[in-house]
Design a protein. Structure first.
Length: 298
């Protein structure tokens, strides 16, 4: 099942993609996608019933705007760093004096929900904010069942599904603010997410091929099986003593090929187009657009 959020007739609606380019608008009474996720199997059954109803509201993708699937966040977006060893090693000596030993456990951080945009939206770009805009293709997991201190052998029970993200980064801001990543990952309207959440039962995650093209050139490519810390370990480690809630969003890290680690470095500019693909997960297609983020706004 592929679930998401669209704008149809000027209204945001939860939707189910039932064909390659068509789907069903779900009844408003079901609530947003987070509400459906929180209901567990009952929520999924309600979706199945709605999709099969004789008077279901059907749509063509050409008739709607596909938004980020999750629109309501109860906390910051959860993120994982250095989860592909080739990415960790490619940046050695390029962290401007902020190198660290190889991690022995997953590295977690967060980003502000205001960074999240839709799968085909423009990314706001302002060279006064940063001179080092970078891309990061990532697989995203959506927590489907609330839990704390989840054992690894039960971790996948807590996964609702998967989608994609481009964890846009401003490398100079990461360095400026003491090597913590929150500020350099949270610039407004800078993280595409989507396009649809594919439920866990439809994805063989280790086999997912993740890639990113920049202006038609392949920059990143890996399979999820290359993750340094697999999904069950990420969930178990992150939930140890800390409750994960249904609807939480966790980015799972990027493979090698980032712009900052290249020689010479490759940084993004106005007009650049990025396409993130994941087998079975669709694609994100976003373009950098100059936007006055540094201008005062109240």
């Amino acid at each position: 099942m592929k679930l998401g959020t669209v704008k149809a007739g000027g209204n945001e609606r939860t939707a189910c993609l039932t064909e390659a380019a068509a789907g069903v608008l779900l009844p408003v009474a079901l609530g947003d996608l987070v509400s459906i996720i929180e209901q567990g199997e009952a929520g999924l059954q309600a979706v199945r019933t709605a999709v099969q109803a004789p008077h279901a509201e059907r749509f063509e993708l050409s008739e709607v705007q596909v938004l980020a699937p999750i629109r309501r966040f109860r906390r910051d977006v959860l993120c994982t760093g250095w989860n592909y060893w080739d990415h960790f090693y490619e940046s050695e000596g390029k962290r401007e004096g902020q190198d660290v030993p190889k991690p022995v456990a997953p590295t977690f951080f967060t980003k502000a929900p205001g960074a999240i945009i839709g799968p085909y939206d423009d990314v706001a770009y302002d060279p006064q904010i940063s001179a080092k805009w970078d891309y990061e293709a990532e697989i995203v997991l959506i927590i489907g069942k609330t839990g704390r201190s989840i054992p690894r052998e039960r971790a996948l029970e807590h996964v609702f599904g998967y989608c994609l993200a481009n964890d846009m980064s401003q490398r100079d801001l990461q360095r400026r603010h003491g090597a913590q990543w929150f500020k350099g990952k949270s610039i407004d309207t800078g993280t595409p997410l989507g396009p649809w959440i594919v439920t866990r039962d439809e994805i063989d995650l280790p086999a997912v091929q993740l890639e990113l093209d920049l202006n038609g050139q392949r920059m990143q490519q890996a399979t999820a099986s290359q993750m340094a810390f697999p999904i069950d370990e990420l969930i178990s480690e992150l939930s140890f003593g800390m409750t994960l809630h249904a609807g939480d969003v966790l980015l799972t890290g990027t493979p090698s090929g980032i712009g900052n680690a290249r020689t010479p470095p490759v940084y993004l500019a106005d007009g650049d187009e990025m396409i993130v693909r994941g087998s079975g997960l669709g694609e994100l297609r976003n373009r950098m657009r100059k936007t006055p983020l540094s201008a005062y706004e109240a």
